[in-house]
Design a binder for this molecule. Structure first.
Ligand SMILES: [Zn+2]
Length: 290
């Protein structure tokens, strides 16, 4: 089962968030029928979406991550929600190139944008240039620029010898204000020598075990279950379709005998029958007449 744990180490001078996100990534790959390269790329970003979602304070808050590196995979969009929930897609989910690095496939000629909706009048928007396109470094840079928080971030997706998804996960270490030189040195040392996080997720029973192997004073502040979650519903799409111009509805009725809508974020399909569309048309005419 996926699990995310967050807390502090080194006398509360360093914040730690560590998660196993294997099932979350598997679900995203299944829903969008992703190639292996696309699974790795979206997997890393959606793991960050879950991690950043776990840092939100209420279920009224949410965030949207857009990675646009101008590479073959195209844009990657991920929404993060309270409680480590996330959803997302990659524009070109069939692009596959095992020889290329993820940074090459995402591209570096672009930006990482985070929009945080914290229930205020205006959302907080922050955009930074992509650094390596490998995602971990890019988010570390984002935290440095937008929140002045020095961070070491590792996100990864690993496969077995047969090429099947074996593990995914993320590890975030952030220096709190006032962190001592000694703590900084310890963190730098760990980061320099650590194995890829996907491999660590295979070696350790749980994210908590991994943190306890790296530090000896872990204080857990919370834990969550990362999960793929999309807020789409038939009703939401119905509200949009109902307002389409009458001639468009008529075309769908006459030529297609109904319509099918696919949610871009989760890949779910919704069918609207000819009769349903005819009902919308009748309602539109009635509104106009009244
Ligand atoms: Zn959806």
């Amino acid at each position: 089962m996926d699990i995310l744990t967050r807390g502090t180490v080194l006398n509360e001078e360093v914040r730690v968030i560590c998660c196993r996100s294997t099932e979350l990534v598997r679900e995203a790959a299944r829903r969008h029928k992703l190639s292996r390269s696309a699974t790795t790329a979206l997997g890393r970003v959606i793991t960050m979406g879950a991690i950043m979602g776990s840092m939100l304070k209420t279920d009224k808050e949410k965030l949207e991550i857009t990675i646009d590196g101008k590479g073959p995979l195209g844009q990657i969009v991920v929404d993060g929600y309270y409680g480590a929930k996330a959803r997302g897609f990659v524009e070109n989910g069939n692009v596959d190139d095992p020889q290329a690095s993820i940074g090459q496939l995402i591209g570096t000629n672009g930006s990482l944008r985070v929009v945080k909706d914290l229930g205020m009048k205006q959302p907080f928007v922050s955009t930074v240039d992509l650094q390596s396109g490998e995602i971990g470094d890019d988010f570390a840079f984002y935290y440095m620029i937008s929140e002045q928080t020095p961070s070491a971030i590792s996100v990864g997706v690993g496969y077995d010898e047969k090429g099947n998804l074996a593990a995914a996960g993320g590890l975030v270490l952030q220096l709190m204000p006032g962190a001592t030189e000694e703590s900084i040195r310890i963190v730098e040392d760990i980061v320099r020598n650590i194995k890829p996080v996907s491999q660590l997720m295979m070696e350790y029973e749980s994210p908590e075990d991994l943190i306890n192997a790296l530090f000896d004073d872990y204080q857990e502040l919370g834990r969550e279950t990362p999960e793929f979650k999309c807020e789409c519903s038939r009703g939401k799409f119905a509200r949009i379709i109902r307002k389409l111009p009458a001639e468009d509805l008529q075309t769908m009725i006459d030529e297609d005998g109904g319509c099918e809508v696919v949610c871009k974020m989760c890949g779910k399909r919704y069918q609207f029958s000819k009769e349903t569309l005819e009902g919308y048309l009748t309602a539109q005419r009635a509104r106009k007449a009244s």
